[in-house]
Write a protein that binds this ligand. Structure first.
Ligand code: SF4
Length: 432
């Protein structure tokens, strides 16, 4: 699919038979409020098979007017509310967000860039985060206490982030401490350092802050692992096994020394010796969007487009990353495309909203998504213009809806882990 229409429009055209293509769920044409209350999983899209944890927030009923308003009416109401609020409110849109929402964003970026944008707007009373729950939490950690961070649809979680919860990680940690003890080795390195991907709950960031650990993004994961290996003999990496494995492998750590930890089993389902020998213990989490990218898709792209440059996100499986020309974060992908010679061809392994937006932004290149099936991130898909209009118009009336607040007992150690990440610099030598 090389069309540059918005993903929502593409899905509608495919479902009506007006353009050729395949979508991963016919339910994608429905509005998210159809699923907010009743679905046991995240709804139509790439993460539709991932269950929503019982304690995740659920979005209640929306007033009828926002569910029935036309696309044009919603757009007009959002524009009017934004104009009335002016600098009092800032709207942030993630790269994977649908165009129908992103068009109203004051900033578009990845989760950490957006959290920093929130910090750069200390005068805004409200930060409307059109992303998912952990991103809104991070914005709350980094913004001023008086600023309200708002998630337009509370059911917009992240299935990967939800694969590691504080209770399971704490239980795993206890087992590791029982096995390793807590004493540092002769080089002063503790037995294990916890590293959490930005795509995790604030509680897990706080856990890392409390246990000598650190946060990483997909842009700085190697730098963060270097930081961790200077201080620890091993790393417990959560929630994304693929980012952990791909990063550590690129640093020269053998895959055999990276056992997978399955949260519901003793020692994560491993032998004692495997865990003693481990360099990186990988939590059994993954992104349902990025796990779709495969070697077969890369082979097909190369056959159809000789000379194609294949770039995949490091949340993709190891075999896919190995078969690609490059792997990098959303920021890396964007910069690579911006710097390419006109007439280049790219097959990109990341979320389709971002890929189609890049294709529209750079018509001098041929850019397409590696996955031929149109299958957006279903959790991001839960933010719809109807929700954006609802929270903005409430703000105009002086009402703050869907505020995301991280309690200070969690926020303080979470900030410690984030600060360690900000201070970590590339170029330090990795401990053997
Ligand atoms: S793309 Fe994957 S990691 Fe990102 S929000 Fe969606 S499910 Fe989570």
């Amino acid at each position: 699919m090389t069309t540059t229409a918005s993903v929502d429009l593409t899905i509608n055209l495919i479902s009506q038979g007006k353009v050729a293509g395949e979508i991963c769920a016919t339910d994608l044409v429905e509005a998210p409020w159809k699923f907010d209350l009743e679905m046991p999983s995240y709804g139509p899209g790439a993460s539709m098979a991932d269950p929503i944890p019982a304690d995740s927030p659920r979005q209640g009923e929306r007033p009828e007017e926002y569910r029935t308003a036309s696309k044009n009416e919603l757009a007009e109401r959002i524009r009017r509310a934004k104009a009335t609020l002016g600098d009092r409110a800032v709207v942030l849109g993630h790269f994977y967000q649908r165009d129908e929402v992103v068009q109203f964003a004051d900033f578009v970026g990845d989760s950490f860039q957006l959290a920093n944008e929130a910090r750069a707007k200390p005068d805004a009373e409200a930060i409307i985060f059109c992303g998912v729950h952990f991103m809104a939490e991070t914005a709350d950690l980094l913004s001023r206490p008086e600023q309200a961070v708002i998630l337009p649809n509370l059911a917009a979680g992240c299935s990967m982030a939800d694969m590691a919860d504080i209770d399971s990680v704490s239980a795993a940690w206890e087992q590791l401490e029982d096995l390793y003890g807590t004493e540092p080795d002769a080089n002063g390195r503790v037995p294990v350092i916890p590293v959490t991907y930005m795509n995790s709950s604030a509680a897990l960031k706080g856990f890392c802050g409390d246990h000598g650990g650190i946060v990483c993004t997909s842009s700085n994961a190697a730098t963060v692992l270097e930081w961790a290996f200077k201080r620890g003999q091993r790393v417990l990496f959560f929630p994304d096994q693929h980012l952990g494995r791909n990063t550590a492998k690129a640093m020269g750590i053998p895959v055999e020394l990276m056992p997978l930890w399955r949260g519901n089993k003793a020692l994560g389902g491993n032998t004692e010796q495997t865990i003693l020998d481990a360099r990186v213990i990988l939590w059994n989490g993954f992104c349902s969007v990025h796990k779709r990218f495969s070697v077969a898709q890369i082979d097909k792209a190369r056959a159809e487009y000789p000379g194609v440059r294949v770039i995949v996100h490091p949340e993709s499986p190891m075999e896919t990353v190995d078969a690609a020309d490059e792997a990098g974060s959303t920021d890396y992908i964007q910069k690579a495309i911006a710097a390419a010679e006109p007439g280049s061809t790219f097959a990109i392994g990341t979320e389709i909203n971002m890929v189609q937006r890049l294709a529209a932004q750079y018509p001098e290149h041929t850019i397409f998504c590696l996955d031929p099936v149109v299958c957006p991130c279903s959790t991001m898909y839960r933010i719809h213009p109807g929700y954006l209009a609802w929270v903005l118009e409430a703000l105009v009336r002086g009402e703050v809806l869907n505020r995301i607040t991280v309690p200070e007992s969690v926020a303080a150690p979470a900030r410690v882990a984030l600060e360690r990440m900000l201070i970590a610099r590339p170029g330090t030598t990795m401990a053997a």
